[in-house]
Write a new protein. Structure first.
Length: 381
């Protein structure tokens, strides 16, 4: 009897366990089966349509720009050497002094040259008098003197004249003059220094002064090979000077080499900028923004509207509550707007937000595009 009672008790416990397990499993299965046939949360909230944001294409000016570093140099820069040897007698200028074209900046003392000049003057005077006397005698009485003697005297006189003029020119070189209006930016010698003539080699001679013309500055820019077709004389540029509070100057390309450097595959471009009051200095850091291309009244859309499709581009448009994929061709992209070259007319509702969930022919509910505007970009090297 005890064994029978134990067996009955165990059977009752097993039965209670199966009943509890079945009661816990049944609601889960029913919940799963009840939700399997229901639409997704997005479809339920939008009434079966996907939520997207759209905008209409605009007409505006777009430009492709290129930002490059620039080297700021003076319009002219000359390091002055002496053509004659001697001692530096006087120097009248120092760093920062303005000078005028033809102004005497320094004087070289060369006693030997002065002595040769004095001697040449004496020889010239004697040969001149000799020629004049022989010439007068021959004109009065040709039988007294031969014409050949007169010609020889004339040749000696002319030779002495040219020798004197040469020494006079060399003596004038003892005065170092400014080649143009400018500013002294470097001084290398002081009075009493021995100056070597730089006629044979400037590397062995000591320079005297450096003069710069900073009334106009040259901005040198190296344009990469792929952008050289768009850069020519007259191309608009904006020069950003970060060293003086981000000041921006408007200018145009003055000249270019019209050829590429084989080492860097770049073309040197020069921009001349007037510098009244010498507000800008050579050696400053600057950036130049070149306007490579500019299209006015171009049809544009935000870059976020584009859909990459292999090698082609497309956008989604909403037509009567249905998404349609439209292939397009683009041109200038400035980072804020992309120019549509073909594919759109300007009246379409172009999808900007939510296009990743769209496929051609899917119902969609459109609302106005409300994201903030971006900032124009430029290609930078």
């Amino acid at each position: 009897m005890k064994l029978v009672m134990v067996g009955v008790g165990m059977a009752i416990l097993v039965g209670i366990g199966f009943w509890a397990l079945e009661s816990n499993t049944q609601p889960v299965n029913q919940k799963t089966s009840s939700t399997a046939g229901k639409p997704s949360a997005v479809s339920k909230e939008s009434g079966g349509f996907l939520e997207v944001q759209v905008t209409k294409p605009l007409r505006r000016t777009v430009a492709a720009t290129l930002r490059l570093p620039a080297t700021v140099s003076p319009y002219s820069q000359t390091t002055l050497y002496s053509k004659v040897s001697g001692y530096l007698k006087t120097i009248h200028v120092d760093k920062g002094d303005p000078v005028r074209a033809g102004q005497v900046l320094a004087v070289i003392e060369d006693p030997e040259l002065e002595e040769r000049y004095q001697q040449a003057q004496s020889e010239y005077a004697i040969k001149k008098v000799t020629y004049e006397r022989l010439s007068n005698v021959w004109k009065e009485n040709p039988d007294v003197i031969a014409k050949q003697d007169v010609d020889l005297a004339e040749a000696a006189y002319l030779g002495a004249k040219h020798a004197l003029e040469q020494l006079a020119a060399m003596l004038d070189y003892t005065k170092v003059r400014a080649p143009y209006n400018g500013i002294i930016t470097a001084r290398f010698v002081d009075p009493g220094a021995l100056i070597q003539a730089a006629t044979s080699s400037a590397t062995q001679a000591v320079p005297l002064l450096t003069v710069m013309d900073t009334s106009i500055l040259r901005f040198y820019v190296n344009v990469p090979q792929e952008d050289t077709p768009y850069v020519k004389k007259g191309t608009s540029v904006a020069i950003v000077l970060k060293g003086i509070g981000g000041k921006t100057l408007e200018a145009t390309v003055t000249r270019s080499t019209m050829s590429l450097d084989p080492g860097t595959r770049t073309m040197l471009v020069e921009i001349d900028v007037p510098n009244p009051g010498h507000a800008l200095a050579p050696g400053m850091y600057a950036e130049v923004i070149l306007t490579l291309r500019q299209h006015r009244d171009a049809l544009v859309v935000p870059p976020a509207a584009l859909v990459a499709d292999n090698s082609s581009k497309a956008v989604f448009v909403i037509e009567q509550g249905v998404a349609r994929k439209v292939p397009i061709k683009t041109d200038i992209d400035d980072g804020v707007w992309v120019e549509i070259a073909s594919g759109l007319t300007g009246s379409e509702d172009v999808v900007v937000v939510g296009k990743s969930r769209l496929t051609d022919g899917v119902p969609a509910k459109a609302s106005p595009y409300s994201l903030p505007a971006g900032k124009p970009s430029s290609q930078k090297y």
